[in-house]
Design a protein around this ligand. Structure first.
Ligand code: NCD
Length: 346
C-alpha cells in the first residue's frame, strides 16, 4: 500500500489525452506510472478481487480493427472487461461494418462516439496517419472521445512498446544502459520502431543494433528521428550477439511485399534469419529473448522452452495488464486514488 500512497499524489500524464505515438511517453516517470498501475491490476486479477471491475464501470469502449490481430485485439478486450467497462468490438471492420459500403474512417469513428456511446476508441488500421485522422475528426465535431492507436501502418504500435518495456523491466529491473538487438524486417515492422523510439526517449545509455536483411533496413528518416542519446548500429550479420541484454526477433511483414514488389526478395531471405538453439547459445545467461508475434518460422520451436525466452509467456501476459493501466489512466483522473478508495470501502 506504501507505493499506492505515493503514486496517488502524482499528476496523471495520460488523463483525457489520446495515445497515438510512443514519443508521447517522454520520461521514465511516465512509464513507471503505467508499470505501477499494471502491477496493481495484476495483483487484483490474480487475487480475483471483484473491486477490479469497479475501476471503469459505466465507461464505454469501442474496439475497431481494420487489420488482423490475435493478441492486441483480445488483450484490449479482456483489459476493458476486467475493469468493468462496456465494450462494442468489431474485429474485422473491413468485412462487418459499413466500410464495405464505402463508409470512411472518420464517419466510423463518429459512429463509435455517437451511436455506440464510446468514451474511448481503440483502433488498428493499415494507414500510418489513421489514428490522427479519427482523433482530428472527433475533436472537430466536439467529441471528448479518446483514441488509442493499437497499431497503425508501418510506423507505430505504441501499446506493444509499452508491454515490451514492461516485460524488459520486470525481467532486468531497468530500462536504461541496455544492449538491445532487433532482428528482422525493419522496413515494414512497426513494433521495432515503437520500441526503439521508447528506448531512445526515456532510457539513457541504451544501444540498439538493427539486424535486417539487405533491402529491409530501417528507413534512414526513422534513424534520423531517434534521439542522439541512443547509440545505433546497423548490420545484416547475425554474429556477435553475445553481449545482448535483449534480443527482439520479428517476422518478415509479407503482407506489404506484394504492393512493394518484394516477393522475390521474400523467397530469397525467408529461411535465412531464423533463431535456432545454436544461435541462442551465443546469448548470455540473462538475455531476454522476445518476439511481438505472430511467429511464422523465424524462431525454431526448440527455443520456446529456453528459460530466457519470454515471447510465448511473460511478454504476451504483460499485454492485458499494461493495457488496463493505459485505459484506466486515460479515463480516470487519479486511478491510484480510485484504487485506494475502493480498498477503504471494505
Ligand atoms: C504485430 C503488429 O501487428 O505489428 N503484432 C502484434 O500486435 N503483436 C507484429 C506483426 O504483425 O508482425
Amino acid at each position: 500500500m506504501q507505493k499506492v500512497a505515493a503514486m496517488h499524489e502524482r499528476e496523471n500524464p495520460y488523463y483525457k489525452k489520446n495515445f497515438i505515438e510512443i514519443a508521447q511517453v517522454e520520461s521514465m516517470g511516465m512509464l513507471e506510472y503505467l508499470f505501477q498501475l499494471a502491477d496493481r491490476f495484476k495483483e487484483m486479477y490474480e487475487a480475483h478481487d471483484p473491486r477490479l471491475g469497479e475501476v471503469l464501470k459505466t465507461f464505454c469502449i469501442a474496439i475497431m480493427f481494420y487489420q488482423p490481430s490475435t493478441r492486441t485485439y483480445g488483450s484490449f478486450s479482456i483489459a476493458a472487461k476486467l475493469l468493468g467497462a462496456h465494450t462494442v468490438e468489431v474485429q474485422d471492420m473491413n468485412s462487418y461494418s459499413s466500410t464495405t459500403k464505402g463508409e470512411k474512417l472518420p464517419d466510423s469513428a463518429m459512429t463509435a462516439a455517437q451511436a455506440w456511446l464510446a468514451h474511448l476508441i481503440v483502433q488498428r488500421h493499415p494507414e500510418d496517419k489513421s489514428s490522427h485522422i479519427i482523433a482530428d475528426k472527433l475533436t472537430q465535431m466536439g467529441n471528448e472521445t479518446l483514441v488509442v492507436n493499437a497499431g497503425s501502418g508501418k510506423l507505430e504500435h505504441p501499446t506493444q512498446a509499452l508491454l515490451d518495456a514492461y516485460t524488459i523491466f520486470n525481467r532486468l529491473g531497468k530500462f536504461d544502459n541496455l544492449n538491445v538487438v532487433m532482428v528482422g524486417d525493419m522496413k515494414f515492422g512497426r513494433t521495432v520502431k515503437s520500441l526503439a523510439t521508447l528506448l531512445a526517449t526515456v532510457g539513457t545509455g541504451n544501444r540498439i543494433t538493427f539486424i535486417a536483411p539487405k533491402g529491409l533496413e530501417m528507413p534512414p528518416e526513422f534513424i534520423a528521428s531517434l534521439n542522439e542519446k541512443v547509440e545505433i548500429v546497423q548490420t545484416d550479420s547475425l554474429e556477435n550477439l553475445g553481449a545482448a541484454d535483449v534480443v527482439y526477433w520479428t517476422r518478415l511483414q509479407k503482407e506489404w511485399y506484394e504492393e512493394h514488389k518484394l516477393m522475390e526478395l521474400y523467397d530469397q531471405i525467408k529461411d535465412n534469419f531464423i533463431l535456432t538453439p545454436e544461435i541462442a547459445a551465443q546469448f548470455s545467461e540473462n538475455t531476454v529473448i522476445m518476439h511481438p508475434l505472430p511467429r511464422v518460422n523465424e524462431i525454431d520451436e526448440r527455443v520456446d522452452t529456453d528459460p530466457r525466452a519470454v515471447y510465448l509467456t511473460e511478454q504476451m501476459r504483460s499485454g492485458p495488464f499494461i493495457r488496463m493501466a493505459l485505459l484506466a489512466a486515460m479515463l480516470r483522473e487519479n486511478p491510484f486514488l480510485v484504487l485506494q478508495n475502493l480498498s477503504s470501502d471494505e
